[in-house]
Write a protein that binds this ligand. Structure first.
Ligand SMILES: [Zn+2]
Length: 125
């Protein structure tokens, strides 16, 4: 087991506000569906399935990507990992990193930061 803390920030309120602005016309589809082609490609290849339907096009289920960043991550910095790998492997490998969970629609390019989790180990002895 890893001793440490996981501080999570939820961006649901931000998402609601973006969707509200989109529905009432303050934001266009180009504003909200602006996923970089590379992100879309990664989402199609290694994104995790979710049960949530895309809130914009309602054609596809959203896919989830976990990007990790942190000092000392070396080659793993900025890479995408499965949720399982983050909790089972990376937490033991690295003392301090942040995971950004992004939902992506590979149909219309909607993308949104769902949650960020900062992991910090507090020592193992
Ligand atoms: Zn969509």
């Amino acid at each position: 087991m890893v001793n440490g803390t996981a501080t999570s920030v939820d961006y649901t309120l931000r998402k609601r506000s973006v969707l509200r602005d989109y529905r009432c016309g303050r934001l266009s589809v180009y504003d909200v569906c602006d996923a970089h082609p590379e992100i879309r490609r990664i989402a199609a290849n290694v994104g995790e399935d979710t049960r949530s339907m895309c809130p914009i096009c309602k054609r596809e289920r959203l896919r989830l990507l976990n990007f990790v960043y942190g000092r000392g991550l070396d080659r793993d910095n900025g890479r995408v990992f499965s949720t399982r790998t983050i909790f089972d492997g990376l937490r033991e490998k690295y003392p301090d990193f942040t995971c950004y969970m992004v939902e992506v629609c590979t149909s219309c390019n909607w993308n949104h930061l769902v949650r960020s989790i900062h992991f910090e180990n507090t020592g193992g002895n």
